[in-house]
Design a binder for this molecule. Structure first.
Ligand code: SAH
Length: 369
């Protein structure tokens, strides 16, 4: 009963300023009360409605009846030894769990946010997709990841970025992802600039066209991972629906519409997509595009046989691209020992939970069953 009751309530973390203003007006309050609530949620990171000190009692008790504000539950936290990557496993209200990663770079921090529990895109090398899609996250569950990372690991750096590259396909959960981005961008809350937000997609072509029309100048990253359809079909099933030529046409259109450079991610897998021929082919395909290529040595997962190429091989691949005028970076190793690749902490956590390892995991196990 209580659960049904709870589900009818509005998640305050999911509300845009205008939603809260409307809520205030509907409750017979002044509009600015809505803005105050937004600030408590997204600037002061309030943990409960009653913490909102300058909001009048009547509106607070109205909110108690119609809405809820609840931090995500920290189920596990791991820190990498070799760098300062921290990984959080958060429990959601419905008992599911989701991963968020905080990475510290020389130039600032970056928070990697998940948009779905699990994923149905089926990329061959990815841990998130193994159990399929479990659910779409709401904008509030995404904003909650950013807020709760802040609460748990106060960020000294003022400049930090958000990468929507955790588990899930953000453009499949389009509406909530865009709402989340608008919420964290709002200067009344976290005020994270558009250009400090990057969304990564496996290549949902219609959604790329739609995103280009949104008038939100965020960065787009596209997971390419192959230089031809044969290899991309094998690594990324989405390619069978939206082959390379269609994907690159959508990218060209995105660049033309927004004037923004696209980042192409290329996970390097030994013996599969790391040859000199693949590099030549890729350079040819990307010729003339306003883009940047990010080479990522694959993070091996236990379920799959994929290994990283040697550093020499990666360097050679990189040189072929840069010699042909492409801007290339090789991703620095971050968080390998905290299993920072998508879905790895969650899946290992579930494995251990099933074995009843210890208290905190036992709890997740109950929820899993
Ligand atoms: N679905 C989106 C965003 C989430 S995945 C996308 O596909 O872009 C974020 C990035 O991590 C993608 O480029 C994805 O291909 C990559 N990735 C997934 N598993 C990986 C692994 N085991 N090693 C390295 N990168 C991986």
């Amino acid at each position: 009963m209580e659960r049904d009751e709870m589900q009818k309530k509005v998640d305050l973390r999911s509300c845009l300023v205008c939603d809260l203003e409307n809520m205030a007006v509907r409750a017979g309050e002044k509009k600015f009360r809505g803005r105050q609530v937004f600030q408590w949620v997204h600037r002061h990171f309030s943990e409960k409605i009653q913490d909102m000190k300058n909001v009048n009692k009547d509106f607070l008790s109205h909110l108690e009846k119609t809405a809820y504000l609840r931090p995500l539950e920290l189920l596990a936290k791991e820190s990498a030894k070799e760098d300062s990557t921290e990984k959080f496993l958060f429990g959601l209200r419905d008992g599911q769990a989701v991963e968020t990663v905080l990475m510290h770079y020389r130039y600032g921090a970056s928070i990697c946010v998940s948009t779905q529990v699990g994923c149905r895109m089926g990329c061959a090398f990815c841990a998130s997709t193994i159990g399929g899609l479990i659910k779409n996250l709401s904008a509030g569950e995404m904003a909650g990841q950013v807020i709760d990372v802040h609460r748990l690991a106060p960020l000294e750096e003022r400049a930090y970025s958000i990468v929507v590259m955790g588990s899930g396909e953000p453009l499949e959960n389009y509406h909530e992802t865009i709402k989340f981005i608008r919420i964290i961008n709002d200067p009344m809350g976290l005020g994270i600039g558009w250009r400090r937000i990057t969304v990564s997609t496996c290549g949902l072509v219609p959604a790329i066209y739609r995103l280009a029309e949104e008038q939100i100048p965020i960065n787009l990253a596209v997971s390419l991972h192959a230089s031809n359809d044969r290899m991309r079909d094998r690594l990324m099933p989405i390619n069978q629906k939206y082959p390379l030529e269609e994907l690159l046409a959508a990218c060209r259109s995105f660049i033309a519409k927004t004037g923004r450079r696209i980042t192409f991610e290329y996970v390097m897998i030994k013996g599969l997509n790391d040859s000199r021929e693949a590099a030549f082919e890729l350079a040819e395909k990307l010729r003339g595009l306003l883009c940047h290529v990010n080479l990522i040595p694959v993070n091996p997962i236990k379920e799959k046989p994929y290994q990283r190429p040697s550093l020499k091989q990666i360097d050679e691949f990189s040189s072929i691209l840069s010699d042909r005028g492409l801007e290339v970076t090789i991703r620095r190793e971050l968080g390998q020992d905290v299993e920072a690749a998508c879905g790895q902490l969650r899946s290992r956590f579930a494995d251990r939970a099933r074995m009843g390892a210890d208290r905190i995991e036992g709890k997740a196990g109950e929820k899993d069953d």
